[in-house]
Design a protein around this ligand. Sequence first.
Ligand code: ADP
Ligand code: MG
Length: 637
Amino acid sequence: MAGLEFKHMYKVYSGGVRAVNDFNLEIKDKSFVVLVGPSGCGKSTTLRMVAGLESITSGQLYIDDVLVNDVESKNRDIAMVFQSYALYPHMTVYQNMGFGLKLRHVKPDVIKEKVLAAAEILEISDLLDRKPKELSGGQRQRVALGRAIVREPNVFLLDEPLSNLDAKLRVQMRTEITKLHEKLQTTFIYVTHDQTEAMTMGDVIVVMNKGFIQQADAPVTLFEDPANLFVATFLGSPQMNIIKSSLKVDGKKIGVVLEDVENNVVWLREETVKQLVNSEIDLNKKYLFGIRPDHISIADKGIPAHVEVVEQLGDETIVYAKIEGHDKNIVIKAPLLNNIKSQDDIFLNFSNERVYLFDEVTEHSLIGMPSFSKLPCEVNRNGEIKLGKETIKVDEEYLSHIMDFAYEGSNFLAIKPEHVLLEEQAGSVPLKVKVDFIEERTAYNIVYAVVEGISQYLIFRASKERKIKKNDNLTVYLPLDNMLIFDNRDNNLFVREVVYPNKAIAKVTTLKNGKKEVNISRGEKLVYDNLPYEDGEYQFVLKQDKAEVVFDKKTAKGIIDKDVITSAPKGQFLSVSCYDEEPQKDINYIYAQIKGFDEYVTLVAKNNFSVYKMPKFKIVVPVDGFELLPLGKLNNK
Ligand code: ADP
Ligand code: MG
């Protein structure tokens, strides 16, 4: 039994493939978590890092609160089951199951006890004397599971264990594995590329694409409130219909105008319109409108469509129909219909009860439950975050994780709906809100609340038992750890490492040729034509966002695009030696060590630069890339 925690985990393979990026996840003890996504999205790599079969490039993995990055695979108390069962062909089922224990010098009578118990659970007690070739596929997979069970691991890792089985057996084994999880009361992490398998098996589903977690939540939540187009279309069968659209305003009403379709406006519900406040809606922009097949019905009037295929599935009918200007068939899921056939001309009615809208560029969902509520805010160095008429007070610790430029101008306080608390907790700060409206979901309600002076909503989940109503005045609590500061391009300015003040001691001397030299104590020298400082000793403060990363031709060869700077201006660079990184939307934070600076230096690089690609590099320090402060001011930031 064990809980796991992944913190900012990355895997970059030696060839430079970024297989897993910034993987953050908490897995509760005894839960059944499914990693799902298309082939190549990083599922197996993640699982292999948990098993200790693959090193972790950056970030931390905790099993039961113990950091295991450097713990050997055999000491992690984990068992893994693969797609290919890899049974020893010359051994019996009994020997196959007991072999791992035998290698560990477990006494034969203990082995016997464990193998018999596992065989009982898996209902293969009568097969123990058989060889693998005398077993069916399903039976072999059971033996492979048995081999894992006898080890009594704290965590079970299963990597596409059913993909070698035929469809019918796969469905049956799904139930078996779910039952096994209940019996063993152990944490399971299960990998599959099959969305139906994921939806039917997991307590929590982690949807991955291109090495990034897209969304992690309960199956019903992913289905009802997908964070983006990928999750919306990956889960659910038949798939969500997606139609290119624009928006139209009529007084307070907003309608979705389906491109090239006659009679084509779907007017949104009042509450749906309100939700659009949190996204900047642009009437000149195109959006992707989404509607699930069971929210379209066949009616007497509406959007004209031409039926291509009808599938009768016993208790329901799936209709595939064409609408004007839209290549892909619209899929309609209806109760049993006997009067519709291929080639019929029909009318479709799009219900506005549950509709989706995605940004065409970012593909983020714009209605329903967002990944983050983003409220305009201003942060100051006294630890105040101003949100409309309210102020949140943060501590020194919080401020020490904020980039310097977060204090400039307006940014956004960003918080995930699931992180907003209704009860005070250590490390959280209060905020007064008023409930505007509520949307009901299967697992909870979504509350849209107003902070006085701000038009965007603070959106959060509340259990149905809480009975929160429209117009309630509430105090919510925001955990500081999860309260992020975004700039207007969604770069997070609240970073995971402590941001030290980038300080060193430096001496300024005028050289014979009139130039000024800045000699960093125990470090390198910089030379400038003009420098508005007198000779003497100073506190040198390197600005976070002014230094530019450069590469010399030799080290950059084959790793970095040719069109970037390849040489640093003489006397105006510093060498960087020790580092980690935290990529954002269009910038990358680099934690570096530079000679003469006591602590880590935090710098901003362009997002096309990864320290994992680049073993060593230099930074150019322009004349406005630093400040010199009197030595007396040593500890004031
Ligand atoms: P999945 O299990 O989701 O199909 P993987 O974790 O196997 O995906 O692979 C993720 C990415 O990492 C892919 O682009 C794959 O080609 C790459 N990859 C996997 N293993 C290695 C390896 N040993 N060396 C280099 N690249 C790898
Ligand atoms: Mg795989």
